[in-house]
Structures are given as C-alpha cells and as structure tokens.
Write a protein that binds this ligand. Structure first.
Ligand code: MG
Ligand code: MG
Length: 308
C-alpha cells in the first residue's frame, strides 16, 4: 500500500567500497540494492528520491597495502571524506541521506558528515548500530587489519588519527549516545572498549531473552528525548545468514526476518530517524540477490512501509 511522506526527499548515495573487508564483492552492494528496486520502493511510499550515483573508489588491483594493520588506509580516508561532504550537503538541503554500501568502513564517512551537520546546527547525535560485530577494533587490537571492523572505535576518537580526525574534528559521537544491537562476534579488544566506555550493547542473547520489540522500545525511549538526530547504521550481517547469506562476514544466530522487520518498523514509528545506511551486502556470496531484496524491504520498513 502507499503511505504518503509529504515533502520528504531521499538522497541515495552509493559507496562501492570493498577495501575495508576480506571477502571481495561488497563493492557490488549498491548495484544489488538498486536492482532490488530500492528507489521505486521509496517512491511508492510517497518520497521523492534522487539517486546521486556512486562515489568513485579505486579497486584493489590499483592499491598497495602499506600497513597490514590498516589495509588500504589512504583510499579509505580519501573516499570517506568525499562521502562525509556529500552526506553533510544532503542534510543541509534538509534531505534524508540513504547511503548504500559497500563495506562498513563507509560509516566513518557517513557519520562524520552527519556529526558535522549536527555540530553546526546544535543538534545532539544518536547512533543505532545494528551489526553482528562491534566494529570497535583499532590498529592495536585488530586481528585482520580490516578497517570495516574499526568504524565505531574511530567515531569515538580511538585508533588511527587520519580516520578519527576525518572531516576535521573528533570525536564524532558521545559514547552515551551509541547503541549496539545484534552482537554475537566480539573480539577481546572490542569487549574491553565496550566495558571501558560503558557502551550500551545488546547481544543476541539479550534479544533472545527480552525480545527485539522490548529492546528497541527501550532504546528509543532513552534516545529520543536526549538527541535531535538519530542515524541508523545497518550492517546486513546482523540478520541470520540463513535469511541473508550474501554478506562478507556471516555469523550464525542472527536476527530473524521478522525480528529485523519489527526492529525497522519500530524505528519508523518513532519518526526520529534522520539518516540511514546499509552496509555489507555481498552479491558474490548471495543467492539470486536475496540479501539485497531483503535489505531493500527493510529500508522500506524503516521509512514507513506497513502491512496495513
Ligand atoms: Mg559492521
Ligand atoms: Mg558486521
């Protein structure tokens, strides 16, 4: 059915990045999501939509790994800065930026742009990070050197300076305004940082015990009165790989199809999400674009699609 979102304009920004991850193919994520009709799905909800195309990122064949603890750092810094500027420009125009990844290093750019916009407009920023992983490694703790596992740490101001100080300032977010949901694969260094920073982290165990509905209600009840901009960063590996197999770093025991929808529908009902990104769709590992289709449906749910 068609629900009208009068006056809301969505900017789609593609970020075909696979330099931050081990399994190749996530650079095709933005195409897979476009093929899954993400734009018509949003237009059917009454949004006007501009697809701003992809940010140009050099492929791995043209790159060298200079530091195995920070693979492809230079190209990631360069392109996430471009993304930060695009996202900020979209928000300045009072549009809703929807970023399509690409691996989750994308969030370093997206959240930097959003945070800069929030600073200039005196808004407090909240970040809902939906992911099987905490993405809280630094160059000291990383087991892989993959920058997509460092995004949250960097946004908090930890780790490599070029990443942490992207877009000219740091930190990008206050620790009390971050919520991690769906965790089930956390490295020792990440666990330490969650404890040290007292981050709000909801593991799959807690979701099993309390239910995703209860948890997201609680999160929104806490965040909504305290922040004026909520960004949702959705790593598709938060969903169980039985449902969404096309992700670079699958981990068993994730969100079911219905749990993921309830989560996104509840965020939509709150009316408080001001930007969204979806990361880690990997068409090479997918089956008939199933994971991109599910992701496009979840994006529509988070922007107001309802059964009735
Ligand atoms: Mg991630
Ligand atoms: Mg992940």
């Amino acid at each position: 059915m068609k629900q009208h979102q009068a006056g809301r304009h969505v900017d789609i920004i593609g970020f075909p990045m696979d330099l931050g991850a081990d399994h190749r193919g996530v650079d095709m994520g933005p195409s897979a999501l476009r093929i899954a009709s993400i734009q018509p799905k949003l237009e059917n909800l009454g949004y006007t939509v501009s697809d701003l195309g992809n940010i140009i990122i050099q492929n791995q064949e043209k790159q060298k790994v200079k530091n195995p603890k920070l693979k492809y750092l230079d190209e990631i810094v360069k392109t996430t800065e471009i993304l930060a500027r695009k996202v900020e420009k979209s928000l300045n125009a009072e549009h809703f930026p929807l970023c399509l990844g690409g691996d989750h290093s994308m969030a370093i750019g997206t959240v930097s742009g959003i945070s800069s916009y929030c600073k200039k407009n005196r808004k407090d920023l909240g970040l809902i990070w939906i992911d099987a992983h905490a993405d809280l490694n630094t160059e000291e703790t990383t087991p892989s050197g993959n920058i997509h596992g460092m995004s949250v740490a960097v946004l908090l101001g930890f780790g490599n300076k070029k990443l942490a100080e992207l877009h000219g300032f740091f930190p990008k977010i206050k620790p009390e305004n971050i919520v991690l949901i769906g965790l089930r694969s956390v490295d020792p260094g990440e666990r330490d940082l969650i404890k040290k920073m007292d981050l709000k982290a909801y593991t799959m165990t807690e979701i099993d015990r309390k239910g995703i509905g209860f948890i997201i209600d609680k999160i929104l009840k806490d965040l909504k009165p305290r922040v004026q901009h909520i960004h949702v960063s959705f790593d598709v590996d938060s969903i169980d790989p039985i449902t969404a197999p096309g992700v670079g770093t699958p981990v068993s025991g994730g969100l079911s199809y219905r749990e993921a929808h309830l989560l996104m529908e509840t965020i939509a009902e709150c009316g408080c999400m001001s930007s969204l990104e979806v990361a880690e769709v990997n068409p090479i590992l997918d089956s008939n674009n199933k994971s991109a289709e599910i992701t496009a449906e979840l994006v529509a749910s988070s922007l107001g699609l309802r059964i009735l």
